[in-house]
Write a new protein. Structure first.
Length: 181
């Protein structure tokens, strides 16, 4: 058991518990110190082996959970792919809808501009008709004024006697004769 053990050099800490003799160290103290070091070493080995066993147990548990975790990861990746596909589809659809809306808006705008142009032409045509009607109506009024002036001048020249209308034809004839004479 003492073979292969490296003892620290003189002046090191381990020599505290070892008594000295004329020819070196006391063999009993050296053996006791070596047994103490060996027991410490064995205790450390035991602790390390316990830690190794605990780590192996945790490794087994982790390895046992690994398929479940891999399954969850695959499931989450699948969901992520689905979400990405949905987002891509939604973006494509949104772009398509936006393009369609623009096209419809352009068509509506063109129709509205065409309708506005037609209404403007119609309004211009109606304005011309109104102006022509005003001119014609003014001319007609002027003609009526002229006719009215001519009638007034004629009435001043000719005495107009009211005629009494009766059932008797003779009276009417005599009145007509009176007026013409």
């Amino acid at each position: 058991m003492l073979e292969g053990m490296n003892l620290p050099r003189r002046g090191g800490r381990m020599y505290k518990n070892i008594g000295k003799t004329l020819f070196g160290f006391k063999p009993k103290d050296v053996i006791n110190e070596m047994e103490r070091i060996d027991s410490e070493h064995q205790a450390r080995i035991g602790k390390l082996q316990a830690k190794i066993a605990q780590a192996k147990e945790e490794l087994k548990k982790t390895e046992a959970r690994l398929p479940e975790l891999q399954k969850q990861l695959d499931h989450q990746l699948s969901k992520e792919r689905q979400i990405a596909e949905v987002m891509l589809t939604a973006q494509i659809n949104a772009q398509r809808i936006e393009d369609q809306a623009r096209e419809k808006a352009e068509i509506v705008l063109l129709k509205a501009e065409e309708e506005l142009r037609r209404k403007k032409q119609e309004l211009d045509f109606l304005q011309m008709k109104v102006n022509r009607f005003k001119e014609e109506f003014g001319e007609t009024l002027d003609n009526y004024k002229k006719s009215l002036e001519q009638i007034k001048e004629s009435a001043d020249d000719i005495f107009f006697a009211p005629t009494l209308i009766t059932n008797d034809k003779m009276v009417v004839k005599s009145k007509i004769q009176d007026i013409s004479s």
